[in-house]
Write a protein that binds this ligand. Sequence first.
Ligand SMILES: CC(C)(COP(=O)(O)OP(=O)(O)OC[C@H]1O[C@@H](n2cnc3c(N)ncnc32)[C@H](O)[C@@H]1OP(=O)(O)O)[C@@H](O)C(=O)NCCC(=O)NCCS
Length: 175
Amino acid sequence: MTRITDLAGTSDAAITGLLDAAFGPNRHGRTAYRIRLGMAWLTDLSFAAFDADGQLAGTLQSWPVALHTPDGRETPLVMVGPVAVMPDLQRHGIGRALMDRLIETADMVPGDPLVMIGDPDYYGRFWGFTAEATGGWDVPGPVERHRLLTRQAAGIVLPEHGLLGPRTGAVAARA
Ligand SMILES: CC(C)(COP(=O)(O)OP(=O)(O)OC[C@H]1O[C@@H](n2cnc3c(N)ncnc32)[C@H](O)[C@@H]1OP(=O)(O)O)[C@@H](O)C(=O)NCCC(=O)NCCS
């Protein structure tokens, strides 16, 4: 039985141990880390999964980021990930439970559009993420274009061009 809770209250050491196990210690060079460089994870959109023994089985973190458009403005976005499950517990529905909780929470009070780098088969199939909006976006590092995904409320049109990076909040503007 998996229990999903807020991530707040889980120690940094436990989170780091889980991420190292899921992604390996070289994960810090990944493009996703550069996009959210210097940001703190969002406590209301980050979650932990615990197994029946109370051991940390999975985590999902979300971060404030923005698309910086050529006109000097920024469109605030929430970057989802890493989503990580202990290797020996993968493919038992824990990742799905974490994402379900995120989407339920995000949809309760619609806020900034979600962006993530992930497998479109997984994140598209269950939660409707697509790469349709991101074809003209730049990111600070290598990315497979079909894995740069967004999910936004109906009617929200995201800018066609811009650079994904940390949010400054200085000149935030909704698209
Ligand atoms: C990717 C990850 C978070 C998925 O969590 P999980 O608990 O292992 O997956 P789930 O059990 O929730 O999977 C649910 C379904 O999605 C499928 N699925 C899981 N990972 C998938 C992937 N990468 N691509 C396509 N389908 C996937 C499963 O087969 C399952 O399908 P089914 O219900 O038809 O059997 C987890 O495997 C993981 O931590 N991987 C390593 C780190 C990583 O790559 N994270 C994602 C990038 S942020």
